[in-house]
Structure formats: C-alpha cells, structure tokens
Design a protein around this ligand. Structure first.
Ligand code: PA5
Length: 356
C-alpha cells in the first residue's frame, strides 16, 4: 500500500483537517454562490468607474490576481492588484477599490484601504471579520462577509466567487452563468477523483505529490490566467507543503530563465519542473513550450506536464488551481507535515503588531 493511501496515518498528520477542506471545495463554491446571491451591492452599483484595484496579501491577495487574469481581456478599464503598503497615485475617487483580507486584519491591506478612503474611492470590502468589518461599518460601505474558521488559502472559494460575481452584477465583469455551472461541475468531478479514498494509482493529485517527492518544484504557467495559477501552486506548495517552490511564466521565461538552467547542474537536477498546459494552446504557445521542454529537460530531475481542460477559462482556472491546492496538501502529508499551521507568517505578524 502506498503511503498516501494509509488513511489512518493521514488523519493523524492532518490535525486541523486541511485535506477535508480541499475535499469539500465544491461545497464551498456552492455556498459561496449563495453568499454572492444575497450580497447587497446597491452602494457600488450604477457608477462609471475608471479602474478597479484589488488590495490584498497572500491567500487573499491571490483573489485579485485570479480575477484580473480572468476578466482583463474583456475589460474597458484598467485592473490593478496592489500588494504592499502604498496605493499607486493614479487610483482616485473614480476607482472601485476592493480590499480583500480573510482575517480582516492585514496591515498592508488596511494601509492602502485608508489611502483609498481618503481619496474618495468607492469601496467593496471582502473579509470574514476583523478590522475590515469594523471599517466597512464605520464607512457605511459595501461588504461581502464570508464565513470564518478556515485558513485564508483554504477559503479561496468564499473569497473569490462572491467577489467575481459582485463585479459581474455591477457590470464590471462578463461572466456567463453557464461558465459558472460548468466550472462547479468540473470541480465536483475532480473532488471525487482526488478524494483520499481514491488510491494513488488512480489519483492524479496524489501522483503529483509523489512525483515531487523530495525534489524542489518549479512551476511554469503558459501565459494569461495560467500564470496566476502557477503562482498559486507556488504559494500552496510553500504554505501547505512547507516546501520551497519557484514559478515563472511563458513567454517571459524564454527571455531569461531558459538560459539560467545551464550551470549548477548538481543543484538543478534535484528540481522538478511542472508545466501547466492549456489544452487549447495556440500553435505559437504550443511550439514555444514543446521546444522549451526539449531544451531544458536534461537540466531537471523530471518534467511533468499538467493538462488543463475545461469548457471555459473559469472552469480551466479553477480546475488547475484545485489540482495544485490538493496536491500540495498531499505533498505535506506524504512527508508527515501538518499542512495547516503557518507559524512563521504568524510570528512575523505578531512582531509587527508590537509596533502598534
Ligand atoms: O495563507 C495565508 O495564511 C497568508 O498568505 C494570508 O492570506 C496573508 O498573510 C494575508 O492574511 P489575510 O488573508 O488574513 O489578509
């Protein structure tokens, strides 16, 4: 029996139930859709915004990356993601600013949010509580409140879907209902395939974790939305797997990183390259990636291609994200690591809080 099929052992390692959170991702999305349906958006509706800015860090900041990657090709206005203490000077009263913080207490997000408020921007808060909830009340602003009790990265469905749908309902994003339904259907199918009860031989998420093993993963996304997903894989492998991981995106990586694998062979041969591959890659992207694999494969311990399928960009994005999320949990469990705690992040936040 393979290690990841020993369910009693897995349960003992995963003390706070991160695998269960992942297995329930479909249900989280269904609940998230209900939250979106009941959100009161009257305070942000009917305005002619000149831009949208997402504020947020880490797991919450990823919401902006993902939404931007999904809607920017069809957007008439610029979309920014702000990750830091300072709000760019061009974000003014005519922008919709969306602070996203699962805890509601992240200081960088709060710093930018205060600057946005001073400039008179319209605000859409997304949080489970904390200071953001208090500020939303004080400012009498629109808020999407999501359920508490998860790690921010484990609440991505709650944070992402209602935010995307709020933008759709205010006319700022084009999202077809059929795309949402097909995305949810696909996640349901995947969650059955990736469930802990499905043995390694038939479970692709477990196989990815096994393939990474003790190597250092590098994740490549093939442009557009898959770059955001490659970044998410990196963060999930870091936070759940407590494993170093790096990422880069096509085509930019072909203009620098591709050459960087030539030296330090002893080190690079301990790395696994994972490439997210859209089944609908155009011929230029396909040729680019195939050629890159040919050029660099001997520099790595192995190269694994992750096929990304779906009826829409949304379905593909969520499926590719979900595959990485649950594989990163399996990676942790394979090595006897509890995926939930992120002690170093908490210690750092506690040190900074002493400055208040
Ligand atoms: O996953 C995590 O725990 C972090 O990346 C957090 O999301 C990040 O520190 C920001 O915190 P919050 O999501 O509560 O704003």
């Amino acid at each position: 029996m393979k290690q990841l099929d020993e369910l009693n052992k897995i349960k003992k390692i995963d003390r706070q139930g991160m695998l269960e959170t992942e297995e329930n991702f479909y249900h989280q999305l269904v609940e998230a859709k209900k939250i979106a349906d009941s959100a009161d958006l009257s305070k942000i509706a009917g305005k002619n915004y000149t831009g949208i800015a997402f504020l947020g860090m880490g797991g919450s900041g990823f919401v902006g990356d993902l939404i931007k990657s999904l809607i920017m090709d069809d957007s008439d206005i610029p979309i920014e993601t702000v990750k830091g203490y300072s709000l760019p000077g061009y974000i003014d009263k005519d922008w919709l600013v969306v602070p996203v913080s699962y805890s509601g207490n992240t200081e960088e997000t709060i710093s930018c949010l205060k600057q946005a408020k001073e400039r008179g921007a319209t605000l859409l808060f997304v949080a489970s509580g904390g200071l953001l909830e208090e500020m939303a009340e004080e400012y009498e602003a629109c808020m999407v409140k999501v359920p508490a009790g998860h790690q921010p990265r484990g609440a991505i469905g709650f944070l992402f879907l209602p935010t995307l749908l709020a933008l759709r309902d205010t006319g700022l994003a084009k999202v077809n209902s059929s795309d949402i339904d097909s995305a949810l259907g696909q996640i349901k199918e995947l969650s059955e395939k990736f469930n802990r009860g499905v043995e390694t031989d038939k479970n692709f998420a477990k196989q990815i974790a096994m393939a990474i093993g003790n190597s250092l993963p590098v994740v490549y996304g093939s442009g557009g939305y898959l770059s955001a997903i490659a970044y998410r894989w990196k963060c999930e492998i870091n936070e759940n797997g407590k494993t170093p991981c790096f990422w880069a995106e096509f085509p930019e990586l072909n203009h620098n990183e591709t050459v960087g694998w030539e030296r330090l062979a002893e080190t690079t041969r301990k790395l696994t390259l994972l490439i997210l591959r859209d089944e609908d890659e155009n011929i230029r992207m396909k040729t680019r990636i195939d050629t890159t694999v040919g050029l660099v494969k001997t520099n790595f311990s192995k190269v694994i291609e992750i096929p990304v399928k779906g009826k829409s960009k949304l379905a593909k994005a969520l499926s590719a994200m979900y595959t990485g999320d649950i594989a990163s949990v399996y990676l942790a469990l394979l090595h006897g690591v509890d995926p939930t705690p992120v002690e170093k992040i908490e210690k750092l936040k506690a040190e900074l809080a002493k400055l208040d």
